[in-house]
Design a protein around this ligand. Structure first.
Ligand code: SF4
Length: 247
């Protein structure tokens, strides 16, 4: 009988459900020019999600339908012009074809980045040795995750994924989206303390952006510059690298 790990690694990339492709980004892989492949599907339901069209397990519009063949053809044409490919979402680790897709992209000479919410720690463990950089959302103190994700047990999964990323030694960034109605100062300190305790090296706080958010009340209530400089400074001192991203 095939082991679970072998089955996941050998799953073909063709089945990857792709909900979008950004041809060029300077913001999704630090310091490098990257294409971003948006994988379709996510099991969590964060109110502030700015990609709600990527949440269902099927592509919502035929205009958005992109095959894996389309992606590889595009990357062939961009050889020498792009440094990296980032798999984002939705939640990329949802897809059994992700390891094969990553291997294909690496064979083409690209570095590979991964954006994850840490939803599937078991699948993340298989993918981590294949990627060059990983960014993981930390949505709340781990004991309070379900308030943001709407899913019981999500904090335990995120904690396990966070620990795996740190143990893997892969270059990483943890980041937290801050909406003033959803995260208090104490909650932000709680998250930062936990990350520091477990050995995280890189952290970013990013202010909620209304763009794409389907929850009108959240969009109305958020104001820019809601993370004050003193808070950012106190959090920054705990990490080797820290970034504050204004809305
Ligand atoms: S985990 Fe990410 S993709 Fe999924 S609902 Fe939350 S913000 Fe959206």
């Amino acid at each position: 009988m095939k082991s679970t790990k072998l089955r996941l690694v050998t799953e073909p990339a063709d089945g990857l459900l792709i909900g979008g492709l950004t041809a060029l980004s300077t913001a999704d892989y630090p310091g490098w020019l990257a294409a971003v492949v948006f994988c379709q599907g996510c099991q969590w339901r964060c109110d502030y999600c700015h990609n709600p069209h990527l949440l269902p397990r099927q592509v919502q519009s035929s205009e958005r339908s992109i095959s894996w063949h389309d992606v590889t053809a595009f990357l062939e044409r961009r050889r020498g012009l792009l440094d990296a490919v980032v798999f984002s979402g939705g939640e990329p680790t949802l897809h059994a074809g992700l390891p094969a897709a990553i291997c294909k992209v690496k064979d083409m000479g690209y570095a590979v980045g991964l954006h994850t919410a840490g939803i599937h720690p078991r699948k993340l463990r298989i993918v981590l040795p294949l990627v060059d950089w990983v960014a993981m959302d930390i949505k709340a103190p781990f004991g309070d995750y379900a308030r943001i994700t709407g899913v019981a047990g999500s904090g335990e999964r995120a904690l396990e994924s966070m620990l795996q990323i740190i143990a893997s030694g892969v270059a990483h960034e943890f980041r937290t989206t801050v909406h003033p109605d959803l995260l208090t100062r104490d909650a932000i300190f709680d998250i930062a303390t936990s990350l520091q305790f477990h050995g995280a090296r890189s952290y970013a706080l990013q202010e909620f952006r209304a763009q794409g958010c389907s929850q009108g009340s959240l969009a109305l209530e958020a104001q820019s510059q809601h993370i004050d400089a003193a808070l950012a400074h106190a959090v920054a001192s705990r990490f080797e690298t820290f970034e504050l991203r204004r809305s």
